[in-house]
Design a binder for this molecule. Sequence first.
Ligand code: NDP
Length: 246
Amino acid sequence: MSRLAGKVALVTGGSRGIGAAIARRLAEDGADVALTYVSSPAKADAVVAEIKALGRKGLALAADSADAAAVVSAVERTVEVFGRIDIIVNNAGIFIGGSLDNDTLEDIDRTLAVNVRAVYVGSQAAARHMGKGGRIISIGSCLAELVGDPGITLYSLSKAALVGLTKGMARDLGPRGITVNIVHPGPTDTDMNPAEGAHADQQRSRLPLGHYGKATDIAAAVAYLAGEDAGFVTGAALAVDGGFAA
Ligand code: NDP
């Protein structure tokens, strides 16, 4: 029997990149999967089609993570359609390039709304429906552990905040048998951070393994944390970063 058979997962930002790989992997492992998107309905539908081709149920939901109410609605809609939610993967995230001097209040508010507040309210809403065995998994960043360069203060702040959020929720939800963990990807080849992009060589030079990760590398870690094998893992940060923060 598939590891996640009978489970229902919601992946935020599942239309592209790491989120799409996570959605596919959880479906391969047997889960029914809902995913959110903000600007790529066709890509979201294509991922849902792949999920359905695996014999699982899939659902694409338009929900801008900058809008807290939309995130909560996505959770509620998942429960309405699939009857339950066992796993939430808080993956949707944005990187607004800038510098400490130039970051605007709008940049700060938007980054914190998408990268942090949405994770808080989405997890809060999902946990209300979860019982023993529930799984909350957030996608952080190696930059939460090692910033390493100037110009990424805002993004690093947002990802480091998720570490405290993860540990706090692990304490709050552990007594109910729900685990809460964070995965810190290193440079991973996606639209956000293409392996052939302008800053790619600089990032590669910091990696002991010398190459970018693939979205499926991150999905594999999420699949582990979502499964029964990780039942005694909570409040933990799992680096899948090619050694970036080592
Ligand atoms: P991409 O930009 O390639 O994909 C982002 C995904 O999130 C898309 O599905 C996009 O939807 C969705 N999304 C973006 N903004 C919102 C929003 N406001 N509301 C809902 N969904 C949204 O990013 P990655 O796959 O690279 O990144 C995924 C996560 O991994 C992020 O949290 C990122 O910070 C983190 N990360 C990435 C690293 C990397 O090197 N790639 C390294 C470390 C962490 P749509 O298609 O509709 O626009």
